[in-house]
Design a protein around this ligand. Structure first.
Ligand code: MTE
Ligand code: MO
Length: 180
C-alpha cells in the first residue's frame, strides 16, 4: 500500500520534472548564438580571421569541406573570362559565410595559395550573389585547377560585372579571408 502511494505521488512529480528539464533544454539552446560553429573534423581548407564574433579556434573560424558544404548550397551558371562557354558552379554565398562567422567589418581580404591578395568592400556580397565555389560542372575544384575554392560572380546576370574591373576579383585557390 505504502509503495503504491509513493508510486502515485512520484509519477506526476517525475512528469513535471521531465517537463521542466525539457523546457530548460530549449531555453539553453535558444540562448546560444544561432550560428554556433562546430569544429572541423577533416582537413581545414578555409580560415576566416579578423572582425568575427563566432570562432572555433583562437580568434579564427576554421572550415573543412563538410562544414562549407553544410552552408546553403548556391548554384551559378555563368561564363567566365578564363574558360570557354557556360559552366555550372556550386558553392555557398559569401554573405552566408560572413553571417555565420558574425563578421562586422567593412572590408574582406581574400588570400590565395599563390599569395594573390584582393580587398573587397563587404557590401559587394550584399549587392551581388557572389559565391565561393567548390565544384564546377559537378566536379570538385582541385588545388591544381582553381580549387579548392574559387570566388565566382553571377557574371552573365549583370552586364556591369562583364568587365576587367571585376575579372581580377575572381580569386581562385582561396584559403583565407580577413575581415577588416
Ligand atoms: N589566385 C589567383 N586568383 C586570380 C589571379 C591570380 O593571379 N591568382 N589573377 C586574377 C586576375 S588579375 C584575373 S584578370 C583573373 C583571370 O586571370 P587569368 O586571365 O590570368 O586567368 O583571375 C584573377 N584571380
Ligand atoms: Mo587581371
Amino acid at each position: 500500500m505504502v509503495f503504491q502511494n509513493i508510486g502515485c505521488v512520484l509519477l506526476p512529480v517525475r512528469g513535471v520534472l521531465a517537463a521542466v528539464l525539457w523546457v530548460g533544454a530549449i531555453s539553453v539552446s535558444n540562448a546560444q548564438p544561432p550560428s554556433d560553429l562546430p569544429e572541423p573534423d577533416g582537413k581545414v581548407i578555409l580560415e576566416v580571421h579578423g572582425a568575427i564574433s563566432n570562432t572555433n579556434a583562437d580568434d579564427v573560424a576554421r572550415y573543412d569541406r563538410a562544414m562549407l558544404q553544410a552552408l546553403p548550397r548556391t548554384r551559378i551558371e555563368t561564363s567566365t573570362s578564363v574558360t570557354d562557354g557556360v559552366h555550372v558552379f556550386d558553392g555557398f554565398l559569401i554573405r552566408d559565410l560572413l553571417e555565420q562567422v558574425g563578421a562586422s567589418g567593412s572590408n574582406v581580404v581574400a588570400t590565395a595559395l599563390n599569395e594573390y591578395v584582393i580587398d573587397f568592400p563587404i557590401t559587394e556580397f550584399d549587392d551581388y550573389d557572389v559565391i565561393l565555389a567548390y565544384a564546377m560542372d559537378g566536379r570538385r575544384l582541385r588545388a591544381s585547377d582553381k580549387g579548392p575554392l574559387w570566388i565566382v560572380y553571377p557574371r552573365d546576370d549583370h552586364p556591369e560585372l562583364q568587365d576587367i574591373r571585376y575579372d581580377y576579383r575572381w580569386v581562385w585557390q582561396v584559403f583565407r579571408l580577413d575581415i577588416l
